[in-house]
Each structure stands twice: as C-alpha cells, then as structure tokens.
Design a protein around this ligand. Structure first.
Ligand code: MG
Ligand code: ZN
Length: 230
C-alpha cells in the first residue's frame, strides 16, 4: 500500500506556525512564573473526549480539598457542563470556551489565571480540550502533564498518538472495569506508553469506582500537606 508521509517544513504556513508556537512558549513561561510566584502547582490534564478528565479532576479534588485550596481552568469548546460538575467539588473554577479551537493555549490560560484568586490557591488543574493531538504542542505553563486515556478508545490508541505520551509525566489508563468487554488489555496499553516514554508513571484507574485515585495522587507527587514543593 502506498503511504504518504508528512515531511517537516512541508506545511504551507510553516512560518506562521513557528511564530505561533514560539509566542505560545513565551506566554507559557510567563504563566509558569506567575504560578511559581504564588506557590501553585499546576497540572495540565489532557485526553480524548470521554476519557475521564473531568471525573479525574473531581476525584482528585474530593481527596485533596481538605488540605489544599484548588483552582480549575476548564477548557471546553462551548459548554460549561464539566465546569459545573467541578464547582460542586468546592474548587474555584474558571471556564474557558475555546469556540472552534481544539486545544487550550498559554494565552487563554493566562487570561483565566487573571480571574482566579491566585494568592489563595495551592493547586491548579487545567482541563484541556478533549483531543490527543495539538494540546501536546501547546505548553501552558503547567508543571506536570497528566494524560487520561480509556480502554474504550481501543487497543491502538497509544501507538497512534505517540506525541502526547512523550510529553506526559503521568498517564492514567481509565475505565479498566470495561477492559474485558472491550477486549483491551490495560497492560498492553501500559507497555505502549512506556515504549514511547520510559520515564512516564502509568497508573490504572476505574474512576467511576474511585479506584486508583490515590495512586494518581502519589504519581503526581501531591501527597497531603505538600504544596508547590511537591
Ligand atoms: Mg471533561
Ligand atoms: Zn488544536
């Protein structure tokens, strides 16, 4: 079969794209400095639509809210459905509706940071737009990247999207309770993640049952009592 491979530099608007990514990088650095100044640890939560990003933030917030003041930047194309769910967990939430944009960028996150009581926060979750491709290209100034995947995305989802896993600190393989009916082996997914990123911490979760949440907290270095020093 004939396969056409995209070559680096082949895109028509390559200069425009480079400028955009460079500008994003600068703004991400500024976000990072602002967060450091306030002693806030920020986590960029990435993954497909329906993988469990919002549930992950809900579960983590429920467990950590006794010891930490939590903020959330919730990215979504048009709705506040997810933000509303997280507000119920007592976090300070800012919704960012990206319209047609399929990822958050550092500029949007910078705007959201201006709306949050940074002096009060210890921890910030940034729920990225449900997409496995471009969020990887746009650093936001977060300290860590958590990628949530689900066994319902099939057995090949990691090998098909290596970029997002290369930059991940922690990968949660979610909905493991559905592994058998989906005929997907979570161990195989884990092997695929470690093949592209041997340094990643991989955790299996069943977030509807609140299973594995503690392991994610440990993997992110968010043990009770620790703040941005984690
Ligand atoms: Mg969500
Ligand atoms: Zn995008």
């Amino acid at each position: 079969m004939k396969v056409i491979e995209f070559q680096e530099g082949e895109s028509f608007d390559i200069e425009l794209e480079e400028d955009l990514l460079k500008r994003n990088q600068q703004l991400a650095q500024a976000n990072g400095q602002l967060l450091e100044k306030h002693g806030i640890l920020a986590i960029d939560v990435m993954g497909s639509v329906g993988s469990g990003k919002t549930t992950m933030i809900e579960r983590l917030s429920s467990r950590l809210c006794q010891t930490k003041t939590i903020g959330v930047v919730a990215g979504d194309l048009t709705t506040t459905i997810d933000a509303d769910r997280i507000v119920e967990k007592g976090a300070q939430v800012v919704e960012v509706n990206t319209g047609k944009e399929c990822h958050l960028d550092a500029n949007l996150v910078g705007k959201a940071l201006r709306e949050l009581p940074l002096e009060k926060l210890d921890l910030l979750f940034i729920e990225n737009v449900g997409n496995l491709i471009c969020p990887a290209e746009f650093p936001l100034g977060a300290h860590k990247r958590l990628v949530v995947i689900s066994v319902t995305e099939g057995p090949h989802m990691v090998v098909k999207h290596p970029h997002i896993f290369r930059g991940a600190d922690v990968v949660a393989i979610n909905k493991v309770e559905l592994a058998a009916p989906m005929k997907v082996d979570p161990e195989e997914l884990k092997k695929d993640v470690l093949a592209v990123n041997p340094g990643a911490q991989v955790v299996k979760t069943s977030l509807v049952q609140d299973q594995g949440t503690k392991d994610v907290i440990e993997a992110l270095g968010l043990m009770a009592g620790s703040g941005a020093e984690a």
